[in-house]
Design a protein around this ligand. Structure first.
Ligand code: NAD
Length: 514
């Protein structure tokens, strides 16, 4: 990402602070390029520390002195549904933008990613209808009292998202924060910020939110992002990205005891039980692995196959992968687009070498596809390694690219043990015709989500998040909503008789007339 002066003909997007679009300090900006071709797409303002200060101050002021935290929850719900309507009118435009910006095939952005973001926004609207009042059981000890919990918004939230699934990630962050009355300073990844910027533009155009409730700062993670999460006026950090950066953010948040929720990396298992329906399980596991070219946190990158099926499954997988079309993400016929960057492809290729060196067998792929189109972007063939050792680096480290490890097991218990033998615990899948057995396996996986006979299907009513080093806290569903609130217990004294008061039993002398 190069910093450059504001003198280009490309579309330009500024920072959005306190309800107004403006340049970054000194006119700093960077160029966003299409991964598929390297062609420049837009120039985007690069926020300095002073810009972040202003964004945080605007969010602080809107929270401490503005109407938003006290706006009735049902009015916030209506606003989120209105924003969803605006998204709905622009779904095909957003799908193309996401495909250009993130290199994601149009097939995926059109049929899943953007409609899913829209659906999520509606669900956050529904969840916003949940009253902040939570009754508690009637209390008689040590005195008669009516108690309830009032859920307050947390405050100023710093929200940082990665480059993958960018539009959905933006909704995951803004939706629950707004549903519960928080104010936000939001930073998308510099590699794919354009659909997030489009979303903030819709929020601005709608005029539905008071000034300073949503602020957008774009810029480099190590500078803009790190300063944002360290800011003393930020109350909560909601971060989605790599485990290494998440670890760093947790440390940065510690001095101010900021609340932190982290959605981090994964190395999710996909377990084919001996009775799996191979027609479905093979294609499903491949979808779990190669959707978005394997650049999804919950991708099922380790496939555990019963030894009785192993050779047949590998043969079927290789045959199906041969049919996958790697190509221009803007062609609807394309199944797999480029990776996000040449740097990312270099990193994935290093893992392919590690896999070979560790003795895993390359069943298919491992190379860059050849042809004029492929010279322009960081393309890579979908790759399957067989005979992988679950202890190897190939099976333990997050690769974030189209590299599948297929591992054999003899007993179901052994598959569960290997599946859980990972620093990560984000998601997993079980493939079986016997649903009772599949559920028993699912209950033993130490992961935040388990799909049975499916993968990647995100239900915005369900909590999403990770065990172990895959994260802290949950997003989506009621659990995700509550992460954006602080509970206040309100105790209302109901004891009318003096004799029932704990004060006179436990501390004070009785009154004179007793
Ligand atoms: P990344 O950690 O490099 O960057 C994520 C975001 O953090 C970006 O906006 C970046 O600019 C910012 N950032 C980088 N350094 C920072 C710092 N020191 N302080 C503050 N912000 C900083 O991740 P990425 O490469 O953009 O995304 C891929 C990773 O995200 C993978 O590990 C993937 O598993 C993870 N991911 C997790 C989920 C989930 O829900 N668990 C979802 C999507 C992606």
């Amino acid at each position: 990402m190069a910093l450059e002066p504001s003198n280009s003909d490309l579309p330009y997007h500024g920072l959005y602070i306190n309800g107004a679009w403006r340049d970054a300090e000194g006119g700093r900006a960077f160029t966003v390029t299409e991964p598929a071709t390297g062609a420049p797409l837009a120039r985007v303002a690069s926020a300095s520390i002073a810009d972040v200060d202003q964004a945080v101050a605007a969010a602080r002021n809107a929270f401490d002195h503005g109407p938003w935290p006290h706006t009735p929850h049902y009015e916030r719900a209506d606003i989120l549904h209105k924003l969803a309507k605006m998204i709905e009118e622009r779904t095909s435009e957003l799908a193309e933008l996401e495909s250009r910006d993130g290199g994601v095939p149009l097939r995926a952005t059109t049929f899943n990613d953007i409609p899913l973001g829209l659906h999520m926004m509606h669900v956050f609207g529904e969840l916003a209808r949940r009253s902040p009042y939570e009754p508690l059981p009637w209390n008689e000890f040590p005195t008669l009292a009516w108690s309830f919990v009032w859920r307050q918004p947390y405050g100023v939230c710093a929200q940082i998202i990665p480059w993958n699934y960018a539009f959905c990630m933006a909704i995951w962050k803004l939706g629950p924060a707004l549903a519960t009355g928080n104010t936000v300073v939001f930073k998308p990844s510099s590699l794919s910020p354009l659909t997030s910027i489009a979303l903030v533009k819709m929020i601005d155009e709608s005029g539905l939110l008071p000034k300073g409730v949503v602020n957008l700062v774009t810029g480099p993670g190590g500078e803009t992002g790190e300063y944002l999460v360290s800011h003393p006026l930020v109350d909560k950090v909601a971060f989605t990205g790599s485990t290494d950066v998440g670890r760093k953010i947790m440390g940065i948040a510690a001095p101010h005891i900021k609340k932190v929720t982290l959605e981090l990396g994964g190395k999710s298992p996909s377990i084919l039980l001996p009775d799996a329906d191979l027609e479905k399980a093979v294609d499903g596991a491949l979808f779990g692995m190669f959707y978005h070219a394997g650049q999804l946190c919950e991708a099922g990158t380790r496939c555990f196959v019963h030894s009785s099926l192993y050779d047949e499954v590998v043969e079927r997988m290789v045959a199906r992968v041969r049919q996958l079309r790697v190509g221009d993400p803007l062609e609807l016929a394309t199944d797999i687009g480029p990776l996000i960057s040449f740097k990312q492809r270099d990193s994935v290729e290093r893992y392919i070498k590690i896999g070979r060196d560790e003795g895993a067998r390359l069943a298919i792929g491992g190379n860059r596809p050849v042809g004029e189109l492929y010279d322009k972007g960081p393309y890579l063939e979908p790759t399957i390694f067989t005979h992988v050792n679950n202890k190897s680096r190939l099976a333990q480290e997050e690769i974030f690219g189209p590299v599948f490890s297929v591992i054999s097991y003899d007993e179901i218990g052994e598959a569960i043990t290997m599946a859980n033998d990972s620093m990560y615990g984000l998601a997993g899948a079980v493939w079986s015709k016997d649903i009772q057995q599949a559920v028993e396996v699912a209950k033993r996986l130490r992961t935040g989500t388990v799909w049975i006979n499916d993968h990647h299907v995100l239900n915005p009513h369900a909590p999403f998040g990770g065990f172990k080093e895959s994260g802290i806290g949950r997003e989506m569903g009621v659990a995700g909503l509550l992460e954006y609130t602080e509970p206040t217990h309100i105790h209302v004294d109901f004891q009318q008789k003096r004799s029932g008061k704990i004060w006179w039993d436990a501390l004070l002398p009785p009154l004179d007339d007793e």
